[in-house]
Ligand binder design. Structure first.
Ligand code: A2P
Length: 345
């Protein structure tokens, strides 16, 4: 594995800071790491490991000599700068939704579809955070029994909407008595026409509503479309409802699946999940053991519990899947994509 020059675009953000942390923690073979953000942050010093890094403004020239560029500064920044990085010889691993559904661009979860990395046009897309944890947990079940239907409801943390959303939750949380009047400017999304308090609330809107009038939000459509693309199965039936909760970090998901196989038991599914890479089974009602976002924060794994057989549908099962949305849902998955790329060189 050769040593590479790395850049992180959005290095001061909620995901960007975790990308740096993961690169250092996992001894990613980087001979240099360049931290890029907006003009506002130029000159800012960030201490990590035993080094101090100085943040630079992102410009097309920032990518001269860069081998791998991790992008996490929003879709419009990726659209503007990813082609500039590729033109200068870098491979871009993009955390935004800008390129995920482009046919030529691989959308990769290393435990699920690593072979998609073999053909890339210089950009590789990192899936949506809620999608990653769901497909990685379902992959071993799909491989063994086949899955034909997924219905998922998410319970998503505010850090998925960036550091300003974390600040908003923190500011509102101190105002119990005025909870319905709390000032809200960021959620459900900064560009939305109306904003609602997230503290003491649940907001059934993540990202904008699709202009078609279908009633689905873009986050829900991301989960539905990306799941089919990653699993390489356009016939898979997937429906999502995405909800934001006053949780700082850690997305939770209630997932209903229908298998292609008959006579599968809860024990069978537990056995499969026990051996799944990156998955931890936490499922014991007798000791109230189940995954919770508060305890998944800061952990790399995907936690699965509350596995039940549907009482009406013979091939149906229910699962509760929790993971740190900034780690496996974003930074860790991106760094793992980078590691896989280097392994294949
Ligand atoms: P900055 O801190 O300079 O604004 P989050 O997802 O936590 O909101 O973080 C967003 C990230 O995207 C931050 O690192 C932010 O940098 C970065 N960013 C925002 N606008 C730009 C821009 N025009 N060019 C490069 N990076 C940007």
């Amino acid at each position: 594995m050769k040593n590479v020059n790395v850049a992180i675009v959005g290095a001061t953000g909620a995901v960007g800071t975790k990308i740096l942390e993961k690169l250092l923690e996992r001894n990613f073979p980087a001979q240099s790491i360049k931290l890029l953000a907006s003009k506002r942050s130029a000159g800012l010093e960030i201490k990590a490991g035993n080094q101090t890094y100085t943040v630079e403004e992102t410009t097309p020239e920032s990518f001269e000599g860069v081998d791998i560029a991790f992008f996490s500064a929003g879709g419009s920044i990726s659209e503007k700068f990813a082609p500039e990085a590729v033109q200068r010889g870098a491979v871009v691993i993009d955390n935004t939704s800008a390129f995920r559904m482009n046919e030529d661009i691989p959308l990769v979860v290393p435990e699920v579809n690593p072979s998609a990395l073999q053909n890339h046009p210089g950009i590789i897309a990192n899936p949506n955070c809620s999608t990653i944890q769901m497909v990685a947990a379902l992959q071993p079940i799909k491989e063994k029994y086949g899955i034909n239907r997924i219905i998922v409801s998410t319970y998503q943390a505010v850090s998925g909407a960036g550091s300003e959303a974390i600040d908003e939750l923190e500011a509102q949380s101190g105002h119990f008595e005025q909870r319905a009047e709390n000032v809200a400017e960021i959620l459900p999304s900064a560009s939305a026409e109306r904003h609602y308090p997230i503290a003491f609330n649940a907001i059934p809107q993540i990202d904008a509503f699709h202009p078609s009038g279908s009633g689905y939000t873009l986050e829900e459509l991301k989960m539905m479309n990306e799941t089919k693309k990653i699993f390489g199965d356009q016939n898979l039936s997937v429906t999502a409802t995405c909800v934001r909760l006053p949780v700082v970090t850690g997305h939770s998901e209630s997932v209903y699946i229908q298998l292609n196989a008959d006579n599968v038991t809860v024990e069978d599914l537990k056995e499969v999940l026990k051996n799944a890479p990156g998955v931890v089974l936490q499922d014991d009602p007798s000791t109230q053991t189940y995954p919770m976002p508060l305890f998944a924060e800061g952990k790399d794994e995907i936690f699965v519990g509350r596995i039940r057989k549907d009482r009406e549908e013979a091939t149906g099962f229910h699962l509760w899947i929790v993971s740190d949305n900034l780690l496996k849902g974003a930074a860790l998955n991106s760094v793992q994509i980078g590691e896989k790329l280097l392994e294949e060189q």
